[in-house]
Ligand binder design. Sequence first.
Ligand code: XBP
Ligand code: MG
Length: 253
Amino acid sequence: MNQNLQALIFDVDGTLADTERQGHRVAFNQAFAANHLDWHWSEDLYGDLLQVAGGKERIRYYLREFQGPLQTELQNSQRLDSFVAQLHQAKTAKYQQLLAEGSIPLRPGVQRLIQSARSQGIKLAIATTSAVPNVMALLEQSLDPGWFAAIAAGDVVAQKKPAPDIYHYVLDQLNLLPQNCLVIEDSQQGLQAATQAGLTTIITVNRYTQNQDFTSAALVLNHLGEPDQPCSVLSGKSQKINYLTVEDLAKLL
Ligand code: XBP
Ligand code: MG
């Protein structure tokens, strides 16, 4: 096998699990209701809001674009920052409840590929925009945080994806060069962030990201695949993949 592959770096939301539609979106709506706000983020609206990475940043964007008078009032009374922080904290608690109920399973092939990489001595890492408690809760629920040599999440960098900062950060933590690592992402923003950090990237699309531009990805799949649940190659060099293996990945470097 190609010994250049030393680490796999995973995005979380939309990549490890389909967290956005039935996880984060639902948690945002529950937090709005608990805070007596008559806001509702439908599946379609949430698809548009996903252009803004980060939960706090998404609330700020929504206030600016859809709740102008309230935003002005909060800004004038210097309550905007605390309003966003408190609402996001409520949303984080709701999201963790959803995870604890087991309502957000891993995507096909994630557990298999991670186990296989571990058994071959390939390091694992996380690079996500999501808040640290949300990432830890998902890993504790479905994988094991101890398997990951680096977990880079949330506000640890100033600029969130599509800026490359989180990938520079995780490479620093791993003490590895980009040419020895592969990234698995689900979105155009994630691809842009990883590519700008010099990383080869594999995309597994989901409902929200399937029509995005993934021209610079090494491989685009509908999911990672399982022996009894083959994946489809949507674009890329390797056309004959039933389920993505570490050997397939190593050939992409
Ligand atoms: C993930 C996100 C996050 C989640 C919510 O992007 O954009 O904002 O929707 O996370 P990526 P928090 O998968 O590209 O890292 O509410 O925890 O910020
Ligand atoms: Mg993602």
